[in-house]
Design a protein around this ligand. Sequence first.
Ligand code: NAD
Length: 484
Amino acid sequence: MASNLVPITVAHGDGIGPEIMAAALHIIREAGARIEPEAIEIGERVYLRGINSGIEPIAWESLRRTKVFFKAPITTPQGGGFKSLNVTTRKTLGLYANVRPCVSYSPYVETKHPGMDVVIVRENEEDLYAGIEHRQTDEVYQCLKLISRPGSEKIVRYAFEYARRNNRKKVTCFTKDNIMKFTDGLFHKVFDEVGVEYPEFEKEHWIVDIGAAKLADTPEAFDVVVMPNLYGDILSDVAAQIAGSVGLAGSANIGDQCAMFEAIHGSAPRRAGQNLANPSGLLHGGILMLVHIGQPEVAERVHNAWLRTIEDGIHTYDIYKEGTSKQKVGTKELAKAVVARLGQNPQKLKAASYAKAPKQTVDHQLGATKRANKQLIGVDVFLQWNERNPTEFGKQLEKFNGDGVRLKSLSNRGVKVYPESFEETFCTDHWRAGFFAEQESGTLTHQQVVNLLDRMQKAGLDFIKIENLYTFDGQKGFVASQGE
Ligand code: NAD
């Protein structure tokens, strides 16, 4: 009956996208999925038609109506061109949680980690993916890393709720808060705070570099791992690859209102149009989608038929191994093999069970933000100056002291170079001059900052941006330069 069908928005994507989407849709339909796909076009082809954003209003309209998006990978131009449609979609639809289960299927798919079953929960909206980038001088470019308290609270709570609903035992957090003390420091702090509400779990935090090494070496030691956007992006590919193939893992992008399901890999343009690609990653995204739209019994049929196919040694090139595999197949043939096994269960691998599938969204009750007593105590003025002589520039900048403001230090790429510098320290044309209230523990007004900039522009200095330096309830809201 038509009214039974759940409308879903489908993008067939670029590169291998159309082939793997056709295969995944064929399987889930044959398994009895009650869906009504609405195709939209996004990405390269739309961009080439002259739509700079790569997505048209009609596509947004479909997404906002169906609230469920099944998406094949999209090519994102590197270094220029349109912004990542994946990132735009995730952020515009508020899909803050990216859940990526990475499971090994030993001995049927070769892996060095037979017992691997790790779920990466990646923050999906913030961090360096805000896409706020600037060229500021001839020599220096910047990308802003934004981490918010509500954003961190939402993703960390999601990770713990996911762990609770899926009977997981441990939740690990990765950050680099020894270096990024404020941004990653906040994420870690929120992990510790929210973790208190989930006493049943073992909890741990790793610095991301050694954590990544440990994950790649001993993934069995991890269960649910939550991390900021960039680390999660990189490490979920690593985790999927060491589980067997990047072509195997799917992901759910969950928001409060909408959700998007996809493979974790990209559009693999070199493999496109050859009936080679493994559709399993996207199919796993589809299984997560079926659970989300309330068709867990179909998800189970699909997943178990797929496990049986893998057990039967019917493998695409990326996981095919002489001796272990029985038959090397293309995208279409893999789909046919899965369809032929619908209704069957794996014999050795653990069968999937979604009978009691937990819902995938989480109810958030974000507390009201506590507003601190915020005091302006200084300003960092960033300037372009083309000589590589910090002492000379520091002396020039001291001439702007007065009106209750004084230069405290000058730094270059975060290293203090005035007063006192090492001749070994390399300087670019991008400088940060820290001006503070003249009086110890004094405050500044915005007008004093404007006056300082006015004096600088009259002297012909090129200030490229400022950052106000605040205290929040007496705590410094900025980090000192290295060497300060
Ligand atoms: P990729 O994941 O597309 O491919 C890397 C390699 O992995 C391929 O050459 C292939 O050897 C293998 N591979 C990937 N998927 C496979 C599959 N299903 N079956 C068999 N082998 C597979 O990574 P890339 O080459 O860095 O990116 C290509 C494009 O995809 C870029 O434009 C990138 O921006 C985009 N991308 C899109 C998404 C997305 O849509 N969510 C995610 C990542 C990358």
